[in-house]
Design a protein around this ligand. Structure first.
Ligand SMILES: [Zn+2]
Length: 390
């Protein structure tokens, strides 16, 4: 791989500086097409729009259809010359679904305020997709065609667990040299993400024995009382120092105050830092025993996203990214975060993965979600460099 001289990096930054307004425009277009995960027709609309954008750059597009969720979009770009085309592709992984219900844009319009661009999904992660479009266009200009094959995979259901897209993500990752995830950078200093916690979702159901609370209290075996005792056991599984958190987040149960409850349930969110912790928590939850022997326990669910651990492959990609940032004149940090992403899947398979390659901002999933406009040029230059070097 030919190395790029210092002057060239400065030129690259300048290239994106000159296109800053165009980048903002691209991102704004994407934010203004609302695409909540649970609204298939809305998500399909942005998929078609993006397919058009990528085809205009010469990408070969294919939809991965889903009945329940929106369609996901795969785009393949081939290397410009034969030797380069023989390299394995780099996989750029993103999602176009958002957590905002349809109509949010009316109260939360996409607007510029000083150096900020605000709007639903602007940071997580419509701006990340905008970066991909501009980085690919730039590489095609600089190299007279792409210097290596690139696969872009944009997922329709990341915010709700990626159930319809996960298999495709994994099969594309298996064929790639590495994965760059366009999730937002960590913090306002723009660190990339080299570790993420794994995420599990469980439901514990308790079946008790109903009875009239006034006439036959002794005959009842309360599912609610049993559940309460189980929850105190579950809460003790927290080990914040080791990075394990277990949150009984939603409870339900019972029918009337004068009935000993026959049913109760709790939904639990689990976060873990390592595969070993995942196994340990899973085993503990599955071996819960009823205090009241007339109550039955049933546990459902499991670990959905395994942790993204900072493997040697991850560390090496970070090292390359740091080198590029240095040439661009800035110090790129790394961060370990609690939230999961599709990067957890690919890193869990042992494929070198670097996450947080998207934009800099704050307020993901919140009313003040924004990106920092002046950070766009160097994020695009970093992404372009990593497409070459992964
Ligand atoms: Zn995201």
């Amino acid at each position: 791989m030919k190395t790029v001289a210092k002057k060239e990096w400065a030129d690259r930054l300048l290239y994106f500086e000159e296109r800053r307004e165009r980048m903002v425009q691209t991102i704004r277009e994407l934010v203004e097409i609302e695409s909540p995960s649970d609204d298939k027709s809305a998500v399909d609309r942005i998929a078609v729009f993006l397919a058009g954008k990528f085809e205009a750059l010469g990408g070969k597009t294919a939809f991965h259809r889903s009945q329940e969720f929106g369609d996901s979009l795969q785009i393949d770009f081939f290397g410009a010359r034969t030797a380069e085309s023989n390299r394995k592709p780099v996989l750029l992984l993103g999602h176009y679904d958002t957590v905002y219900p349809f109509g949010t844009l009316a109260q939360m319009p996409c607007i510029c305020k000083g150096d900020y661009l605000l709007g639903p999904g602007v940071l997580d992660m419509k701006s990340g997709i905008g970066l991909v479009l501009h980085a690919i266009e730039a590489l095609q200009t600089w190299h007279d065609g792409l210097p290596r094959p690139v696969t872009v995979f944009l997922v329709s259901d990341e915010e709700v667990g990626s159930h319809s897209s996960r298999k495709v993500t994994e099969s594309l990752a298996r064929k790639s040299a590495g994965v760059l995830v366009l999730e937002p950078a960590a913090g306002l200093r723009g660190a990339v993400k080299t570790a993420r916690k794994g995420v599990g979702e469980y439901t514990l159901r308790v079946e008790g024995v109903a009875a009239h609370a006034g006439l036959d209290p002794g005959k009842g075996h309360s599912a609610i009382v049993e559940l309460a005792r189980q929850i105190s056991v579950i809460a003790k599984m927290n080990n914040l120092r080791e990075g394990v958190s277990v949150n009984p987040g939603v409870i339900s149960g019972g029918t009337r105050t004068n009935v000993v409850a026959a049913e109760a349930a709790v939904r639990i969110d689990v976060r873990i830092k390592s595969a070993k912790q995942a196994k340990g928590i899973d085993r503990k939850l599955r071996s819960l025993k009823a205090f009241d022997r007339r109550c039955k326990l049933e546990i459902e669910g499991g670990i959905n996203r395994m942790p993204m651990e900072r493997t040697a492959g991850v560390a090496e990609l970070y090292e390359r990214a740091r080198e590029i940032a240095r040439e661009l004149g800035w110090k790129l940090g790394e961060a370990a975060v609690g939230g999961g992403s599709d990067g957890n899947f690919t890193a869990g398979m042992g494929i070198p993965t670097l996450d947080g390659m998207g934009c800099v901002g704050d307020g993901a999933h919140a009313v003040h979600e924004f990106i920092v406009i002046s950070e766009l040029p160097r994020r695009a230059a970093l992404l372009a460099g990593m497409i070459e070097r992964t």
